[in-house]
Structure formats: C-alpha cells, structure tokens
Design a protein around this ligand. Sequence first.
Ligand code: AMP
Length: 590
Amino acid sequence: MAVESTLPTPVRTPASDKDAKALQFIEEMTKNVDSVQERVLREILGRNAETEYLKRFSLNGATDRETFKSRIPVVTYEDIQPEIQRIANGDKSPIFSVHPISEFLTSSGTSAGERKLMPTIHEELDRRQLLYSLLMPVMNLYVPGLDKGKGLYFLFVKAETKTPGGLLARPVLTSYYNSDHFKTRPYDPFNVYTSPNEAILCVDSFQSMYAQMLCGLIMRDEVLRVGAVFASGLLRAIHFLQNNWKQLAHDIATGTLNPKITDAPVRECMRKILKPNPELAQLVTMECYEENWECIIKRIWPRTKYLDVIVTGAMAQYIPTLEYYSGGLPMACTMYASSECYFGLNLNPMCKPSEVTYTIMPNMAYFEFLPHGSSTSCLVDLADVEVGKEYELILTTYAGLCRYRVGDILRVTGFHNAAPQFRFIRRKNVLLSIESDKTDEAELQNAIENASLLLKEFNTSIVEYTSYADTKQIPGHYVIYWELLVKDLAIAPTDDVLNRCCLQMEESLNSVYRQSRVADNSIGPLEIRVVENGTFEELMDYAISRGASINQYKVPRCVSFTPIMELLNSRVVSKHFSPDLPHWTPERRR
Ligand code: AMP
C-alpha cells in the first residue's frame, strides 16, 4: 500500500494559543542556535564550577567555549564509571553537579553486561516535559482534529532498583511516567490517552498490557492515533491482541475483568470503565477469529489517522510488518531522546520514515559533534555542522555529564532556520537489536566462547559463526549460525547439548537482553542453526566474487543481506532453541 497517498498536507495554522506559543518557542530556539548554546554552556559551567570534575581539569570558573574545549576531555561511560560508582555507593559530594543527583536513569546501553547508570537531577524533568510539550503543536499543524478523540498509546514502566547508596535506578520513561509531571498533567484535549495512569504504572507487563488493550478496545470509536515509544512495542501489542482477543472479548461481553488481573489499582479503575457491551465483543470477535491480521489496526480502530512510533535506527526493520498490520497508515517518528538527555524533535512528523530528520533543540544541553572517523580534537559546534557529513554526538548536560560520547552517529540533512536537522544513522558498535537490547560484537564473542565450553567434552569446537536478528515473527529472536568441527563423530554433541548452548549464550548476554526475555517477553528464545562444513568458506567466496579483498576479508559477525541469508539457510543441518529463560532479576550483578 502506498504510504505517501495517505499523508495529510499540513494545515499550517496553530491549533490554539498554546500551540502558537510552543511553535514560537521552536522558532526562537532554531533561529538562535549558537547564542542559546553559548548560554547553555555558560549556565552549566557556571553552576558546576565547584564540582570535583570541573575542578580536576582546572577550569577555574571559566564558562567560555575555548577554555572548556581546551581543558575538558571527551569521555566515554567507562572513563567516568568510577565517579558514577561513587555516587551509586552514596557519595553525596558535588562530583559532577552541584544539584543533588535525584536518581539514576538506566540506559539500554550497557557496560560490562549491566545497564549504564546515568545520573540525573530533578530539574531535568522540566526539560523533558518541555520537549514533550512541543510535539503536539507540531503534529497539529499536519493532522487537524486530534482534539476530537484519544490516543491509544501502549506505555510501560519497568522494574526499579536502588543503588547501594539508596538512589533509585530505573529507565527514563519509568521515571517520567511516575513523576507528577505525567501523573498530574493538566487536561489537554489534544493529548488524551485511552490508557489510565493505573494501567501504565502497573509493573506487571501482562496486566499492564491487558488493561491498556482492553481500554483501547472499549474506546475504539474515539481512537485517532495508535502508538508506542518504539515500533517493537506496538508490534508486541498487536501480538498480545492475537493471543488474548478471546479473553478480552469475553470481558467486554460480560463486563467482568479477567481474574489474572490482580493489581488492585488496575482492577479498581477498570471497574469504572468496563461495562457489558456484547455488540463490541462481537465486533472484536469478528475481526479476530479468522486470524487474518492484515490491516487489523484500521479494522479495529477505523478512525486512526497515523501511528506514533519510532521507526528510525534499529526500528526500521519493523516498517514492513507495521505497514501490514496498519494497512499503510503513516508512521510518525516524533522525537529523538536518550537517558542522558532528550535531544530534539521531528518538525515534519508525517514524512516518510526514510526521510525522518530530527532537529536538536539547543536549550536541552550543550552539543558537540565529532566528525565521523576523526580524532577527538576536532569537535564541531551545533551551529557549525555541515550538510551531508556524519558526526558522533557529544553531550554536556545540566546533570553534569561533560563532553560525553553518546555513541549515536547522525548525518546532517539540512537546516531549519539556523538549526541543523539530523538523520539518525546508527548506534556505534551495535550488532544485534530486537527492541531496546543492543548487543555488540564483544558481547556476542563472549557468549560464543562461554557456550563453546559446553562442547569441549564432545571434542567439538566452533569454527566460525555469524548472527542475524530475526524479526519476522513476534517476538523477534537472535539467530546464531555455527559451523562446527566435530573431531569424534561417535561423541558428537546431542540436540540437548546444543539447546543448552543456546541458553548458555543467553546467560552471557547483557541484562537488557535478559530483561527483555524474562520480564517483558519481548525477545524469543535464542536459536542456533548449525550449518554444513565449508559454509563459511562459501560465504567468503561469495564476498570475494562481489569485490571483497581476500587479504582483508573478515567474517561478518551479523548478516542481513538476502543472498547471504539464503546461502546460510540452505546449508542448515540442524536448529536448536534455548529450552529455558536465562537468569534475570532487577538487581545488578555488580
Ligand atoms: P536509552 O538511553 O536507553 O533511552 O537509549 C537511547 C538511544 O536510543 C539513543 O541514543 C539512540 O541510539 C536510540 N534512539 C532514541 N530515539 C531514537 C530515534 N528517534 N531514532 C533512532 N534511535 C533512537
């Protein structure tokens, strides 16, 4: 289905005075990028002049860019981990920030297998809120009438933990949804959700999803947009509907709530929303019972004007599946954000996914850009990046991160006023990703090594391997191709041993992967496909036939190119799946 044909043309008048103010703010920020950035850096360095970190580099109270750039090093998470650990252990002295660290935000990026801990301060919530407040005013320019209905958004919180020093550690969205900024947000007709706060804030992912889906079905006539943060989350919701529509229809028909929903606040709020509605139950049944899921979003929620989900970066792999389920509804990627900082927004949210660009808002933090492949001495300011070039994003935040490498690679595509617009290209070092998990080459190698230990007693070793993120089914799963050297056929590893190798690999992967497997059920069991001997040599022959140099050829550790997939799949001799869930608890291993 042609996505372009369904794109509305912008109406281009603010929908309200409030919207006009927000749009005016965007104009001011994007016209004055450089002066805003100068002010932001001055504010950050001025207030944090007495911190241990800035004093260590003898900034001596300077707040200008030149001194800052000449004295403060560009760092990675690992560089500042000792300080982060001190804060986590309870050191309340001003290490990075004079404002007290209010909590840690746990990034989906990992370090030594655990989520990175990003210190944050209370006022950062205001900055995040400010960026959120700009999204609907922009959207209202393109899609009129969003005040005439509701948004069906599948939003979730995750488990929280405390650091040894007593600070909360939780993902940024869990922090935001639990904040008064979200919970007691004033009524805004353009931003009404079908999901009650109680359902969003329920930590049990099944109960939360069930209640949110039930509300979405009950309020189907009002739904004007359907979304989740990432495409993978929306697909999980569709999958949930596929698996649970009978029980959901039963609840709607009878006006009684599934007994599996035991969370008291959720039960109480659903009691007020759920009334017997046999007609609606019949409609849900009619749409679902044939198990034909094409266009299901449009069929169940016929007034939906667009999907609100991020389909850029690693999420682009889900576009065809979402098109199938939605019947080609436009997909709006509205913002670009991270645990470290919320960066910016898409000023043309109804554009095609392949054309999405994000405009970084200069008031959010001080941004620098490392030209891709250059040394850290050549950083460029936000106002000075050049169209067509790729950069790594470097951040200095109010919470005290200084010249911190986020790991995202962005390409400049143009400008809005003086503000550059960026296409998200990729995250550095990510090999495999199904949803928020990010597995790099070293982690995969380590997992392979750990699994290979199980093969030792069978006199078998792994000759070569590669991997693939299989997202054709929901939930997606990791596929690892192995070529084995079985030295003694009489004691070749059995199916059971190879299944255990799958689990051993999962046990070795990072905590975000294991959490997705265990708590969220958003990644399926890892699969090992054993291929015939000689397959990887064929792979090399193929690469060389396409122009790769024999001397420099390296086995790709992740594949997705169709001819290569076909070659590998045609050589598979056996398939094995993880027989169990890996270990995961909210507690950190270290
Ligand atoms: P986290 O810190 O776990 O919230 O992850 C933040 C990372 O998610 C960013 O640094 C990006 O790599 C990725 N990300 C966030 N927003 C987008 C987006 N709109 N498009 C592509 N990737 C994104």
